[in-house]
Structures are given as structure tokens and as C-alpha cells.
Design a protein around this ligand. Structure first.
Ligand code: BTN
Length: 229
């Protein structure tokens, strides 16, 4: 009960059994600086990165948050990674079963089990960020136990809120080094999309850029993907 109250005090909360997309719903709400949260048990038109369909049957976790940041979205680099870190640290502090694949994927036992989508709406010199989180609870039941969507949200929301609150004044990842502990490919040689070459994955920097080495040269990437063989 105390946790629920905490959630309602932090965000204005919209809860649906079914919706087209929690992300689209928050995009369409009129401008306000109050943080908003929207959660649904299923989505009929859920979407992910590059507009790909996000299958959203009952039994998964589908939630979006909307937050006002007092600067332009060009400063938001790294927010996705900071939120991803916040989620895995909350659910698996010892990194026993959750991993991260840069830039925004949650993995468990070698399978993608979740993703984060950060979109932004400019507003004068500020922006609204809309953060969509989808988690495949079917594949995580074994490790998370019988957790309802509402329980999961109550667990995640305070920490996501604190993360966003920090970004209001410090738009970078303070604890970027902890990415290594969760990184699915840390210290492994992988192929990077559009570079057709192999690089040694070496973590992320404070703006969420992928650090990858080639012949001792350190490279920073914002726009690539790790190719899974
Ligand atoms: C990804 O492509 O990996 C990110 C997927 C994000 C899906 C979530 S589910 C809740 C929210 N509503 C949507 O339509 N998309 C996001």
C-alpha cells in the first residue's frame, strides 16, 4: 500500500487492460510538466526501435513514462542506457540472470527478454521524453517469481523516477562503469553493423556511447548495432 501511494505521488498514473500503445497514448497527451505513467496488460499496436512491431499479449509488462527535462533532446544521449541500468540493478542487483546488450536490450539466458525505447518531443528549449519499457515476463517467470505487472511497476517506478530526477541536473550516466557487470559482450570481439569489422567491446562512456577497440585504437559509437552471429 505504501509503495502504491508513493507511485501515485510521483506520477499521474493511467492504467489500462488493453490499449493500442502506452507510448502513443503518452505522446498524445497535452503538454504538462507533471510526470506521467501509463501501463497496460496488453497492447494492440505496440512498437519498438525502428518502428518494429512489439508483440504485446497479456502476461507481458508494457509501460511508458513521460518526463519533462529542462534542456533540448540533443543532450539526452545516455538516458536509454542509464534507464536500462536502473532496471537491471533493481531486478537483479548481483547480475545473476539479467544482461544488457547495447544500446537498449535486456537479455536473460541468451534470449532477448525486454527492450527500452526513448522518444522525445521538443518543447521550446526543453523536451518531453517518453520512455517505453517492454519486458517479456513469460521468459522471466522462473527468476522473478509470480510478480504481477503492478508489483513490478511499484518496484521499478521509484528508481526510474530518481534516475530521471538526476538527469534534470546532470545529463550523463554517473555510474557508467557498472554497465560492464551486465554487458552481454564485455571483453568479447564482435562485429559492428555498418563497420563490417571486428571490435573488442570495452564498455560505455558517460553519454552511453559504446566503447570498442580495434588494434589498440579506442572508438566511441552512437549509431551501430552489435551483430549476433
Ligand atoms: C525495443 O525495440 O527493444 C524497445 C521495445 C519497447 C516496447 C515498449 S512496450 C511499452 C511501450 N509501448 C510501446 O508501444 N512500446 C513500448
Amino acid at each position: 500500500m505504501a509503495k502504491l501511494l508513493q507511485l501515485y505521488l510521483m506520477f499521474s498514473y493511467f492504467r489500462f487492460k488493453e490499449i493500442s500503445s502506452t507510448q502513443k497514448f503518452l505522446m498524445e497527451q497535452s503538454f504538462c510538466q507533471t510526470p506521467l505513467i501509463c501501463m497496460a496488460d496488453s497492447q494492440t499496436a505496440g512498437y519498438g526501435q525502428q518502428g518494429r512491431t512489439w508483440n504485446s499479449p497479456v502476461g507481458g509488462f508494457y509501460c511508458s513514462l513521460r518526463y519533462f527535462l529542462p534542456y533540448k533532446s540533443s543532450l539526452c544521449g545516455g538516458l536509454t542506457q542509464d534507464l536500462a541500468l536502473t532496471i537491471v540493478k533493481t531486478l537483479d542487483p548481483e547480475a545473476n540472470f539479467l544482461k544488457l546488450k547495447w544500446p537498449n536490450d535486456l537479455f536473460s539466458k541468451g534470449e532477448k527478454v525486454g527492450g527500452i525505447l526513448v522518444e522525445s518531443l521538443p518543447h521550446k528549449d526543453n523536451c518531453l521524453v517518453i520512455i517505453g519499457i517492454g519486458i517479456d515476463l513469460f521468459n522471466l517467470g522462473e527468476v522473478l517469481g509470480l510478480m504481477t505487472n503492478d508489483n513490478l511497476l511499484n518496484l521499478l517506478a521509484p528508481n526510474l523516477f530518481n534516475c530521471l530526477k538526476n538527469w534534470e541536473i546532470q545529463p550523463y550516466i554517473k555510474d557508467f562503469l557498472s554497465w560492464e557487470k551486465y554487458d552481454l559482450f564485455f571483453n568479447q570481439t564482435v562485429e559492428l553493423q555498418n563497420y563490417g569489422d571486428n571490435f573488442l567491446i570495452s564498455g560505455i562512456d558517460q553519454k552511453g556511447r559504446l566503447i570498442a577497440k580495434k588494434e589498440e585504437k579506442i572508438n566511441f559509437f552512437s549509431n551501430t548495432r552489435i551483430v549476433i552471429q
